[in-house]
Design a protein around this ligand. Structure first.
Ligand code: C5P
Length: 205
């Protein structure tokens, strides 16, 4: 049972991936964290514009040290989408993702190119989306709990920018696989989204 979940920034694919994996007793990989770790490593040494440095960071990536808490910031998301547009960075991260996906019992992976590039033979492919405004609202709520200066407008602008970069890049752009099921969560709460996603997964079993 290999489940591929793709979608734009803040679409809820990570939350759904985690819930589905927990429900089915499968391991879950949020592949955005890999690109975030590479982006963060480049930011830390002031070399976000240096392609070779980002490729080296991708090769040196140690998945056991990924810390979602520190990696899920707007600045690191932006850096992640810069390094993720580089084909050599993507190539350096393919094996790791495919090895994760090859677990005998199956797995859940979420990202931008799981159904199209990483796991084209997945049992089920979900493409989770929501309008940019709904996604910004969700991300803003999350952020403002930690940061009193968070701004909805800034979050929305960031989402538009990241959508454009992720969709228009030449290397593995954000794309719904032909055989992926579209799940628009704009009008759904988390429980309804989970129920809808689970129904799609159960149908494919
Ligand atoms: O999903 P998340 O917002 O954590 O991803 C951060 C960035 O990493 C995305 O904007 C995208 O550019 C990149 N990414 C990717 N391919 C994936 C997962 C994430 O290009 N499979």
């Amino acid at each position: 049972m290999l489940i591929a979940i793709d979608g734009p920034a803040a679409s809820g694919k990570g939350t759904l991936g985690k819930r589905i994996a927990g429900h089915l007793g499968l391991a879950h990989l949020d592949t955005g964290l890999l690109y975030r770790a590479v982006g963060a490593a480049c930011l830390a040494i002031g070399k976000l514009d240096d392609e070779a440095a980002s490729v080296a960071a991708a090769h040196a990536l140690d998945v056991s040290t990924l810390d979602p808490e520190t990696l899920r910031t707007g600045e690191i998301g932006e850096a992640a989408s810069v390094v993720a547009a580089r084909p050599e960075v993507r190539a350096a991260l393919i094996d790791l993702q495919r090895r994760f996906a090859a677990r005998p019992e199956g797995a859940v992976l979420d990202g931008r190119d799981i159904g199209t590039v990483i796991c084209p033979d997945a049992t089920v492919k979900l493409f989770v989306t929501a309008t940019p405004e709904v996604r910004a609202e969700r991300r803003y709520k999350e952020l403002s709990a930690r940061d009193p200066f968070a701004s909805y407008e800034a979050v929305l602008a960031d989402i538009h920018k990241r959508d454009a970069r992720d969709s228009n890049r030449a290397a593995a752009p954000l794309l719904k696989a032909d055989d992926a099921v579209l799940l628009d969560t704009s009008a759904l709460g988390i429980e309804e989204s989970f129920a809808a996603a689970l129904a799609i997964v159960e149908r494919a079993r």
